[in-house]
Design a protein around this ligand. Structure first.
Ligand code: NI
Length: 176
């Protein structure tokens, strides 16, 4: 299915802010199914609907390792309501940036308010890798990419690969 194609850096959709979800219907369930399939197919720990080209405020996160019981979070309209001042650094990757990883500093602990697949309000607290994944995915639905969180020097180190990726994925303008 074409929908399961993960958009790569250079696609302008990745820079757009996603819209809140107001209807908790079959389409939303299908979207979650597609997102989980796309995320697990690439061994990702999180995915935002934006990355499948759907501009809805929906994310999935599963930071458990293969030898642990999976704990997957399906979050609708997620919002960070508390973030620790204390930071932690983690080597992040992103399915929209194949092959590129870089150390990013984020809050070590966050509290996220969201709705579940039925529209019921939920609140989750995450720390460590879960906190990082939540911040990374919530950034996505706001059109913010992990390279926007890199220090300028570290971003420069990736300039060449980023330019190539951008060039390959920017839609060509038609000339008249
Ligand atoms: Ni990402």
């Amino acid at each position: 299915m074409a929908k399961l194609n993960i958009l790569k850096y250079g696609n302008p959709v990745l820079k757009k802010k996603a819209e809140p979800v107001t209807e908790f219907n079959e389409d939303l369930k299908q979207l979650f199914n597609d997102m989980l399939e796309a995320m697990y197919a690439k061994n990702g720990v999180g995915l935002a609907a934006t990355q499948l080209g759907v501009l809805k405020r929906v994310i999935v996160v599963d930071t458990t390792r293969a030898d642990e019981n999976p704990q997957v979070f399906l979050l609708v309209n997620p919002e960070i309501i508390q973030a620790s001042k204390e930071k932690c650094e983690y080597e992040e990757g992103c399915l929209s940036f194949p092959e590129i990883t870089e150390t990013i500093s984020r809050s070590r602990k966050v509290t996220v308010k969201a709705q579940d697949i039925f529209g019921k309000p939920i609140e989750i607290e995450g720390e460590g890798l879960l906190a990082i994944a939540l911040q990374h995915e919530i950034d996505h639905i706001n059109g913010i990419l992990f390279i926007d969180r890199m220090s300028p020097v570290r971003k420069l180190l990736h300039a060449k690969e980023l330019n190539l990726l951008k060039k390959a994925n920017t839609p060509k303008k038609k000339h008249k």
